[in-house]
Design a protein around this ligand. Structure first.
Ligand code: NDP
Length: 316
């Protein structure tokens, strides 16, 4: 049996911790899990950390920490720490189950816009027979996906299968069957001009902050729609709201905000052409995520490379 190793966990509160512990007990019994508060009392014992939003300075208190695992695909909550031990590897969660769940949510959001689901829900809530004929079929509305990583690629594949023409924008050019690839800042205007339904699945970086704002929304064809499912930092919410009110945007599905939760008083909650969800686009189970972390630790301890490492030079 392997030597005792200890992993500090800050993801999902105490109830989440109990579930993480059960998952890892089945996968790697020699890996001991410590709830965050306990880990902070016993910092010298910690080898690994599994975290979503550690408080600033906390990770620097573990002198023998070897690897930081993000409990989600984006590690922006970890990078906020000014005292982050920068020499340590940070592993971003990358599991097919998460990409599949994101693809499902993305298709639901895009189909909701195509079928005017918000309008139908409002009518139902009033008991009104709001008969209308939605003008578009899937092949008449192009979907442009910002970010063709794990999440964006699976979403693009699933949207293609539904019959949508799909375009993708990323830093480097891609070859994906049936997906027209645009790359880099210079090609963003051309990508936006051809996009009827814009989906954002970028990571949160300084370059992607506020990429969806009045100026870029104005490059979309009139009556385009927006699906914000990456991070709240990607959009200027006031600009999205103004575009909805002004008719530039025909609809929006928004899952991510800055800050979260979106305040109850925010007009988007009640907007007749917006669907608001509470950052639930892709929530893989703890069992799905624990399997990835346990496999990564086993590989690391065999001296093999860690998967899906955060790259400080790229910022994601
Ligand atoms: P990846 O790192 O696999 O992919 C990121 C993609 O964005 C890549 O295609 C990358 O380009 C592209 N990209 C990054 N920076 C730029 C830039 N400046 N210009 C153009 N393209 C850029 O990430 P994932 O697919 O795993 O996750 C994406 C994001 O989805 C996460 O960071 C998170 O913010 C969000 N997310 C949201 C969830 C939710 O529930 N709402 C759940 C999970 C994730 P290239 O391929 O060239 O490197």
């Amino acid at each position: 049996m392997a030597d005792r190793r200890v992993m500090a966990v800050k993801s999902g509160g105490e109830a989440g911790f109990a579930e993480w512990r059960d998952c890892f007990a089945a996968l790697d019994p020699s890996l001991e899990l410590l709830y965050w508060d306990e880990a902070l009392r016993r910092p010298a014992e910690i080898d690994y950390a599994l975290v979503w939003d550690p408080e600033p300075g906390a990770l620097a208190r573990f002198p023998r920490l070897r690897v930081i695992f993000g409990s989600g695909a984006g590690v922006d909550g970890i990078l906020l720490d000014p005292d982050l031990p920068r020499h340590l590897p940070i592993v971003r969660m990358a599991i097919p189950e998460a990409a599949q769940r994101m693809g499902e949510f993305c298709c639901w959001a895009v189909l909701s816009l195509l079928k005017e689901a918000r309008r139908l829900a409002i009518a139902q809530s009033k008991g009104e027979w709001d008969y209308f004929e939605p003008p578009y079929r899937a092949e008449m509305r192009s979907v442009g996906v910002l970010g063709l990583g794990a999440m964006g690629t699976r979403s693009a594949e699933m949207l293609r299968a539904l019959g949508f023409p799909v375009l993708g924008w990323s830093r480097t050019r891609k070859t994906l069957p049936g997906v027209e690839s645009f790359a880099g800042a210079a090609e963003l205007p051309a990508f936006l001009a051809r996009t009827d339904i814009l989906v954002c699945l970028l990571p949160a970086t300084p370059e992607t902050r506020h990429i969806v704002r009045a100026e870029t929304l104005a490059m979309l064809p009139p009556g385009a729609a927006y699906v914000g499912i990456g991070r709240g930092s990607h959009h200027v919410l006031e600009d999205v709201l103004a575009a909805l009110d002004g008719g530039r945007l025909s609809g929006a599905v928004l899952d991510v905000f800055e800050p979260e939760p979106l305040p109850a008083s925010h007009p988007l909650w009640r907007h007749p052409r917006a669907i608001v969800t509470p950052h639930v686009a892709s929530l893989p189970t703890r069992a799905e995520r624990a399997g990835f972390v346990a496999r990564a630790i086993a590989a690391f301890e065999r001296g093999e490379p860690l998967p899906n490492l955060f790259d400080p030079a790229r910022g994601y």
